[in-house]
Design a protein around this ligand. Sequence first.
Ligand SMILES: *Cc1c(COP(=O)(O)O)cnc(C)c1O
Length: 425
Amino acid sequence: MKKEKSKEMFEEARRWMPGGVNSPVRAYGNVTETPRFISQAKGSKIVDVDGNEYIDYVCSWGPGILGHAHPQVVKEVQKACEDGLSFGAPTEKETILAKLIHELLPPMEMLRLVSSGTEAVMSAIRVARGYTGKDKIIKFKGCYHGHSDGLLVKAGSAALTTAVPDSAGVPLDYTKNTLVADYNDEESVSRFFKLYKGEIAAVVIEPVAANMGVVPPKSGYLEFLRELTEENEALLIFDEVITGFRLGLSGASGYYQITPDLITLGKIVGGGMPIGVYGGKREIMETVSPIGSVYQAGTLSGNPIATTAGIATLTVLKENPKIYVELERKAKQLEDAMRESWKERVCVNRVGSLLSVFFTDRVVNDYQSAVISDTKRYAEYFRFMLDQGIYLAPSQFEAMFVSAAHTDEDIEKTCHAIRAYSKGV
Ligand SMILES: *Cc1c(COP(=O)(O)O)cnc(C)c1O
C-alpha cells in the first residue's frame, strides 16, 4: 500500500509537535510503522491521504459506535453550528443530554459535563475526596484514567507503599495519596483498607479493563468492591469512559448490575466531539460548586455542538437497541475466527463489542499476565492486517472496537485476514 503522502506529512508534523502527534499512541512507535494521516471516514471505512481505504476497528478509540459521520449526527451538528459554536451560558441541550444520560444510566442522578475523560475522572476524584473528607484513593494496575497527575502512577517497590509517578514532571508528593492494587485480586484491595483504615476516599476502576487490552472482571469482583467500599465508607467510582454505552445502553453498571457511587463517561457520550461526564448520587454531586464546596469549572463545558453530537448519538442508540445485539454477534464472529485460527497459542478476551487478542498461551486476567504477551508478534500481526486494509489499534494493549456500521462483508473480510495471518503464528 502507498504511504508516501502520510510519510511526508509525518515528517513535517514531527517538526511541530512532539513525535508528530497530539496523543502518543498515534505515533505507531509500538508497531514500527508510519502513522496513516487520515483524510476522511464514513461508516466503517477510514481513508488515508494516499487514498488507501481501511475497515476501521479503532473507531476513534471507542466513540465511533455508530461508525463515522453517521448521517443523523452530522445533520444535527450542522444545524447546531448555524446557531453558534459556544456561548459560555446555559442551554437547554445540556439538560436534555443530562436527562437522557440519567434515563439510560439511572445511577447518574446528577451530573456535570466536562470536555474529556481525563477531566471527568480527575473531577470525580476531587468530589469523592470533598464528600468523604478523606485523601487516599485506590486504583488498579493496568487501568487508565486519563493523564492527571495523581493517576499517572505505578506501584511503589514495596508491596504496601504508596504509588510513585509513572511520568516525568509528576511530583512524588502528588502521587502519595494514590494506592495501586492488582486488578481481579481481592487481597490487594482489602490490605489497603486495613492498613489505611478510615483514610480511603474512593476506589476507582475500569469495570471492564480496556487499557491493558481487554480484561474482564472475574465473577463477583465488582460485587466484592461494592461491599468493601460500603463497609469502609469509601466511594466506588466506575470509570466508564470506554464501557459507557458500549456494553449496552446502561454501560458496565447495568451489564453487571452494580450501582457505583460515581460514574465517569467520555468517548461515546460525545459522539466524536469532546465531552466527558461525571456524576452519580445526588447527595454526593451536591458537593460541587456553586452549590457545594468542591470547585470544578470549564469554559467550553456543555459546549452546544458537542452536546448536540452526544444527544444525537445516544438517541440513535436508544431508538435502535438491536444495535447491541448486532455488535455482540459481529464481535463474536471475530472472536471465533481468532480462536479457531490460533487455538491455544493466543488468549482472546471479549466482553460485548470490546475485544482483544493477546499473543500468549496464558490466561490474561490482570496486568502481569497482559504484559508478558508477545508485543513483537502483535506488531507483526498489526502490519499484516494494515496491509490487508484492516485498521487496528497500533498497540497490544488497546481494544478492538466493533461499530454498528461494520457490515457482514467487513467482518467476513476481517475474519479471512485473521485466518490468513494464522499461518505465521
Ligand atoms: C480514554 C480514557 C480516559 C481518558 O479520556 P480522554 O478523553 O482521553 O481524556 C479515561 N478513562 C478511560 C477508561 C479511558 O479509556
